[in-house]
Design a protein around this ligand. Sequence first.
Ligand SMILES: [Zn+2]
Ligand SMILES: [Zn+2]
Length: 266
Amino acid sequence: MKTNYHTHTERCKHAYGSEEQFIQAAIRAGIDELGFADHTPWPFKTKDFEPRMRMKLSQFQDYLNTLKELKVKYQDQISIKIGLECEYYEEYIPWLTSEVKNQVDYLIFGNHYAYSDELMPIAPYMGNGVKDPESLEVYVNSSLKAIESGLFSYFAHPDLFMRCYPVYDEHVEKAAHLLCQACAKHNLPLEINLSAVAALMRNPKSLYPSRPFYEIAKSYGCSVIIGWDAHTPGPLEDKKLYDFALDWIADIGLKQIEKLTFKKED
Ligand SMILES: [Zn+2]
Ligand SMILES: [Zn+2]
């Protein structure tokens, strides 16, 4: 079975292609189940705040309506699921739990920011701001809260900080142990992010995705799942990329799952 639960839409302002283009690419790629998990909106308290990398709250209903329609339209060709990719902004989590969770099939956790976008640029993007042990600790602590919340069905790009952290050192090793141990305990699969794998294909010396991180995941018996993190339809049809990821997973000896079990209320 071939699946992808990490697909974006143009509403996040950095993805390109219509929902139907993503769906048709997935069908051509032989994907059996396609989940959209666009960057979640948040009920920002700052008046007139315009988020830069996610849909506005006012677009959420259209996101749901569009995907529900397409789910029916394509039901004979592919299974469509509707999710969201969320950070763990503590002050807005009650809203996510009470207002949003039941409207979607699943939530995935992507730790792009530890604190609300409203605090940008004070709170940097985790994919280019984690360069020292102190900021790594912020990444780890916010991630642990998310893992322990039981809200999420998987952890997207758990090693995102290795996009910018300069070296694999003892702090990263400690972070990997803390995160992987928690994921194992809460039975939360870790994503093998194909955007990261594409970077590794371009540059074999890339520290991201982090092989030693996933070796630690293996030692805790964590499951992994492939996620394209598709911001354009094209990569869904990139068979070389998919096969490279499969080989990478097999080479480390990771336990891979295909169909995602959605976390229910707990
Ligand atoms: Zn994105
Ligand atoms: Zn994503």
